[in-house]
Design a protein around this ligand. Structure first.
Ligand SMILES: [Zn+2]
Length: 273
């Protein structure tokens, strides 16, 4: 079902509809989109909040486990009185309080090869924000197979990175990280909430661009930053043609249903690769 913008939508999103080049069609695409949010911690929780504020139609939140006190320095969807309770249920509640028009489904489990196909049903973009490589790799592989773009981001201390996995056109997670980074010890790395929150906002922004065709999402480039001295830079991340996950190259425009693919000069960039 393709939903039109209501009078309420036009008022709620009035300020973003004032953006140069951002039209009612872009907003309508967002309204008719579904994102899988893999992790609702410091990164994914912030991204989910801003996707909801921007008017995404539906989100599937996946995150195993209950809220702990040590989550509270960064997980802005959470509430103190929910410590010990389900994290995804609190995330759903907070998001619905912000924007009740967004449909939220939750899954209190880790991402595995057994559940990922079900989780990706009807999804147009995935946000990779789990704190371990194992779940990220399962998500990466499934997104490549189903030709679903994935926003990949991670942080450690004051540093972070973000890039977009555009299946079979730009590098996937395995192309960039063929081996796990041993410094990624789940629950073991330092986090400043302002850093994870900033990166979560970037994830939401890239997802909005990929879903609507507005702007120019990162393509074959990774944004790296160190907030200790506010150094930001982009580096090329070439796709590995022999990558065991994303394999043989084929034209993005043949496979991907996203508007970002056919509407702006980005498509030309992709085709020429
Ligand atoms: Zn790859």
């Amino acid at each position: 079902m393709h939903e039109q913008l209501s009078h309420t939508d036009r008022e709620r999103y009035r300020r973003q509809l004032m953006l140069r080049g951002f039209t009612a069609d872009h907003q309508k695409r967002l309204k008719n989109s579904t994102a899988l949010i893999a992790g609702v911690g410091g990164l994914g929780g912030t991204a989910a909040l801003y996707l909801a504020a921007a008017g995404i139609g539906r989100m599937i939140l996946v995150h195993a486990g209950n809220l702990t006190l040590s989550n509270m320095n960064r997980q802005v969807l959470m509430k103190n009185n929910k410590i010990g309770k389900s994290r995804v249920l609190q995330a759903k509640k907070t998001i619905e309080e912000l924007n009740s028009d967004v449909r939220i489904e939750v899954s209190d489990e880790r991402i595995t090869h057994n559940n990922i196909q079900q989780l990706l049903k009807g999804v147009q973009v995935a946000l990779s924000a789990r704190p371990n490589f194992q779940e990220r790799r399962v998500l990466n592989q499934a997104c490549v197979e189903r030709v679903i773009p994935m926003v990949e981001a991670a942080m450690n201390g004051m540093e972070g990175y973000i890039f977009n996995v555009i299946p079979k056109a730009a590098a996937c997670l395995h192309c960039v990280y063929p081996e796990d980074d041993p410094s990624w010890e789940e629950m073991g790395f330092p986090v400043l909430g302002a850093v994870s929150g900033m990166l979560g906002c970037m994830m939401a922004l890239e997802a909005i661009k990929l879903l609507t065709g507005y702007g120019k999402p990162l393509f074959s480039e990774m944004l790296l930053f160190n907030t200790m001295d506010m150094e930001f830079r982009k580096v090329k991340i070439p796709r590995n043609d022999r990558c065991p996950v994303c394999g043989e190259r084929r034209a993005f425009s043949e496979a991907c249903p996203l508007p970002a693919c056919s509407e702006n000069d980005h498509a030309q960039e992709r085709k020429s690769l």
